[in-house]
Design a protein around this ligand. Sequence first.
Ligand SMILES: *Cc1c(COP(=O)(O)O)cnc(C)c1O
Length: 338
Amino acid sequence: MRLDEIPRVHLANLPTAVEEAPRLAAELGWPRLLVKRDDNTGLALGGNKARKLEYLMAEARDIGAQVVLTCGGAQSNHARMTAAAARKLGMECILFLTDPMPERFEGNLLLDAVLGAEIRFLPGVTYEQLERTMASEEARLISHARIPYVIPVGGSTPLGALGYVNAVRETAEQLKELGAENADIVIALGSGGTLAGLVLGCYLFLPEARPIGISVSRAADQARARVVRIANEAAKLVGIGHEPDVERMAIYDRYIGEAYGIPTQEGKEAILLAARTEGLILDPVYTGKAMAGLIDLVRKGEIGRERPVLFWHTGGAPGLFAFEELFHDEAVRLASES
Ligand SMILES: *Cc1c(COP(=O)(O)O)cnc(C)c1O
């Protein structure tokens, strides 16, 4: 396997910690809950995208890229972290966002502006249209003798997924020390690159673990096809001559709620619970829904209590600052004036 031969640029603070969450576990009546703190990767306030960007931005650097193009929703953590990575490597960044320009620039979007990314709002376009828009901008830049580098949504390419193959290698050591190599690993699932890397990583370094994705956008069968495709391609990149076994992986799509980016009541409750038992900050778009899914799956017995659970915290907290209205009443309830 040639994982260590693939160019990588240092962007994330690694290893991130694996922490016990005993108060949250007790509250839920579970024997053991561990949390992988990828919210602490650094790179403009942290999150899972830092690990993917270590590989993607190495490729950008190696082709001499001057400007990085990527896309997402207005509150994209990936867009924010790509903008930061571009700056750290002396590049420009153009972000193509699927939402209308909001009245207020909050959360990730505020950071995009602070980082000086060029922001193009394309309200209502599909991701296919976004990819086409990026491709034509790429061609335009090339015709102006500039060197662009395009990163697809979420950085979820086989190359980006290698960040999570490495992440599992890192985590395997930590879980070994904690006696939890057989953990059920629960993670938020969006564009799929993270779970793809996790699945390949578990296949290689942590065979007793079980990767479980909680989808925040796509239907389970669609998400699964994407994850498997990216994992298979990533396996080729590192020189594994066969497709990795994906049978242990499970994907659930019942916790999306109305749509991607729209908070659910269960997600909100999970955010409050994690914050108030462990001081852990989750977000309404990804990690809150993933935690809500985890809680429900244990309650229903679909995740057993006999194995330890590792909740893989993928970040997202900057997005919380764009959801003041979700917690406004709670804040007022807690507040007083004297
Ligand atoms: C992007 C993101 C995810 C999902 O990762 P994918 O690779 O897109 O599936 C999960 N959590 C947070 C906070 C994210 O920003």
